[in-house]
Design a protein around this ligand. Sequence first.
Ligand code: UDP
Length: 272
Amino acid sequence: MFPHPSLSDSDIMDNKTQLKTQLFGIDIDVLNMEGAISRLRDWIENGDQRCRYVVTPNVDHAVLFQENSQLREAYEGAGMVLADGHPIVWTSMISGKRLPERVAGSELVPELFDSFNKQGKLRVFLLGAAEGVGATAAENMKRTWPNVETVGVFSPPMGFEKSDEQCELILDKLAEAQADVVIVGLGAPKQELWVSKYVDRIPASAALCVGATIDFLAGEKKRAPVWMQRSGIEWVHRMCSEPKRLVKRYARDAWIFPQLVCRQLFGWKQHA
Ligand code: UDP
């Protein structure tokens, strides 16, 4: 459908020779699912005791990114930035960039579990989602991926991020669990801001900021049918399942995102 994308002028290599490309002002890793899993495995198996985190920009993040300087800072500190959302990948193609495929957070997590289930063992902490959802997810995970052990589950109360006490409680639970990976499902931009603030105190090799993934693991929310995912209209499915929360957001995104695409194609000005 699109010409084969080639390396463009704005593609950059960062200081760890990771190939990135810039879209909407966001430096996104040029990685497919396999590459992302391989890098995660490397962090987990050959890590240096420090936690690295993953963010997964979709259309909504791209819009938020323009107006939220804290989110931009959180993105800067991320160890991996993966394109979640076909519109992001399509824009990369028509603007001559080279994102190979969509790497959705909600797919990255089961792929990671599959990988360790086949080879190795993985200790996981589930942080976020409504009370009880994490426990259901853990039960399902045990059946599907016996080599993936859920070593902790916690659903922080609403507004926890404003309370030092609540944040310390989460850090205590993480310290107790000593997981390899923390699956963080607190919604954007809360999850990115929280993880970037506390990353130095998270005793795990990786923290994955992946929205509703814990709900999907629990079967609490259903992902859109594959044809909708492939056509780039998964958001329609999500909006219909949570109209109250999402209609306003998607209306804003539908107005702003095309403008971002135009700026991407016809000239991008950096943030001041
Ligand atoms: N969530 C949470 N605590 C909060 C806010 C949200 O645990 O303070 C959870 C919510 O229960 C859901 C997830 O975060 O499991 C939101 O996922 P979604 O992908 O919908 O996030 P968004 O699209 O808002 O980034």
